[in-house]
Design a binder for this molecule. Structure first.
Ligand SMILES: NC(=O)c1ccc[n+]([C@@H]2O[C@H](COP(=O)([O-])OP(=O)(O)OC[C@H]3O[C@@H](n4cnc5c(N)ncnc54)[C@H](O)[C@@H]3O)[C@@H](O)[C@H]2O)c1
Length: 320
C-alpha cells in the first residue's frame, strides 16, 4: 500500500483522485488546500491530516518522512499555474508526482522539471485520460492499421457551458489557467497528436474569453477545431435534452461515438501509473507546445479552413 498526499483537496476534480487512491487500495496520509471545504474526504479517508497552511503541510510531510512513513506519491489538483511549483514540492520530498492537466503552462517548464526528475530519481506522471477511453483507443488502432499515407479530415467540437463564476475564478484568468484552449482543450490536443502525429501547422482563427477555434495540421490529419464555454453555442436540440456539454469528433464526416465512458478514467490512470505504465511528463510535450502556441498566436479571423461554428455571433465578457 502506497501513501499519498493531495494538493488542492477542496476543488472540483479532487474527489476523482480521492476515489482513485481508494479504489487502487492505497492510503491518503495528508492533504492541503487553502480553502477548507473538504468534508468530501470523510467519504474516502476520514483519518487524513488536512492543512490549510502550506508551511504546516510541508512540516508534516517532513515529519512523516522522519517517522519512517514517507509519502510515496503527491497528487496535484491545484490551479494550472501552480502545478510547476507543487510538482517540485513533491519531487523534493522524494515522492513521485501525479499531476492534473495541463501539467504546466509552457513547454520550457517541462525540461526544467525533467532535470529535477533526474536529480531526485523520482517521476512525474500526467493525467492524460482520453488516451484511456475505449473509443479513442479503438480509433488509434484503426488509424495505426489504416493506410500509412492517409491524411484524415477531422472536425472537433467541444462545447461545455460555464457560468459567470468561471470569470471570477482562476480559470477565467489567462495567466493562471492558460485560457480556453489550454484549460478546456489540452486533452483533445493530446489525444489528436497521440493518434495522428506531430504538428505541421497550427493556425488560430478565433480566441476570446469564452471560445477558441483554429486549424491544426498533423502528420496524418487536418483538424478544424472549435472549443467553447458559452452555453449558447450548444445546439438547441442538445440543450433541450437538459445537457450542458456537447462533444463531437467527425472523422471524414463520420461521427466518433464517445459521449460516455469518462467517469472512471482517473482510476484507470492511477492503475496504469501504479503498475509502471503511466504517462510520464515527456508525453505531454506536443500538447503543451500546441496550447502555448495557440495562446501566443494572433487570431486571423474568418480566413482559410475554419470550423463552421467559428461564424457564430460572439458574446460579451460578463464583467466587461
Ligand atoms: N482531468 C480532468 O478532466 C480535469 C477536469 C477538471 C479540472 N482538471 C484540472 O484539475 C486542476 C484543478 O481543477 P478544478 O476544476 O478542481 O479547480 P478548482 O478551482 O475547483 O480547484 C482547485 C483547488 O485548488 C485550491 N488551491 C488554490 N490555491 C492553492 C494553492 N496555493 N495551493 C493548493 N491548493 C490551492 C483551491 O482552493 C481549490 O480547492 C486543474 O489543473 C484543472 O485543469 C482536470
Amino acid at each position: 500500500m502506497k501513501n499519498f498526499a493531495l494538493i488542492g483537496a477542496a476543488g472540483y476534480i479532487a474527489p476523482r483522485h480521492l476515489k482513485a487512491i481508494k479504489n487502487t487500495g492505497n492510503n491518503l496520509s495528508a492533504a492541503f488546500d487553502p480553502f477548507d471545504s473538504v468534508g468530501i474526504m470523510d467519504s474516502y479517508f476520514p483519518d487524513v491530516d488536512f492543512f490549510v497552511e502550506f508551511e504546516r503541510f510541508d512540516r508534516h510531510i517532513e515529519k512523516l518522512k522522519r517517522k519512517g512513513m514517507p509519502v510515496d506519491y503527491v497528487s496535484v489538483c491545484s490551479p494550472n499555474y501552480l502545478h510547476d511549483s507543487h510538482i517540485r514540492f513533491g519531487l523534493r520530498n522524494n515522492a513521485d508526482v501525479i499531476c492534473e492537466k495541463p501539467i504546466v503552462l509552457n513547454p520550457w517548464n517541462i525540461e526544467a522539471l525533467q532535470e529535477i526528475e533526474k536529480e531526485t530519481g523520482k517521476n512525474i506522471f500526467s493525467i492524460l485520460q482520453l488516451r484511456l477511453h475505449p473509443s479513442i483507443i479503438a480509433l488509434r488502432e484503426k488509424v495505426l492499421n489504416g493506410p500509412i499515407d492517409k491524411v484524415y479530415d477531422i472536425d472537433l467540437t467541444y462545447l461545455t457551458s460555464r457560468g459567470h463564476w468561471y470569470y471570477t475564478s482562476w480559470k477565467g484568468d489567462i495567466s493562471k489557467s492558460g485560457g480556453i484552449a489550454t484549460n478546456i482543450g489540452v486533452h483533445f490536443f493530446d489525444m489528436l497528436t497521440w493518434i495522428f502525429g506531430s504538428v505541421k501547422n497550427n493556425i488560430v482563427h478565433l480566441h476570446t474569453h469564452d471560445r477558441a477555434a483554429g486549424y491544426l495540421e498533423l502528420d496524418k490529419a487536418r483538424v478544424r477545431w472549435f472549443l467553447s464555454i458559452d452555453g449558447l453555442t450548444i445546439p438547441e436540440e442538445i440543450r433541450l435534452q437538459g445537457k450542458s456539454t456537447f462533444r463531437s469528433i467527425k472523422i471524414e464526416n463520420e461521427e466518433l461515438e464517445f459521449s460516455d465512458g469518462f467517469t472512471d478514467l482517473h482510476t484507470k490512470s492511477y492503475e496504469a501509473i501504479l503498475s509502471g505504465e503511466g504517462y510520464r511528463i515527456g508525453e505531454t510535450e506536443k500538447s503543451i507546445e500546441i496550447v502555448h502556441n495557440i495562446r501566443h498566436s494572433v487570431p486571423i479571423g474568418l480566413q482559410g479552413d475554419y470550423h463552421p461554428l467559428t461564424i457564430l455571433p460572439k458574446s460579451k465578457h460578463p464583467f466587461a
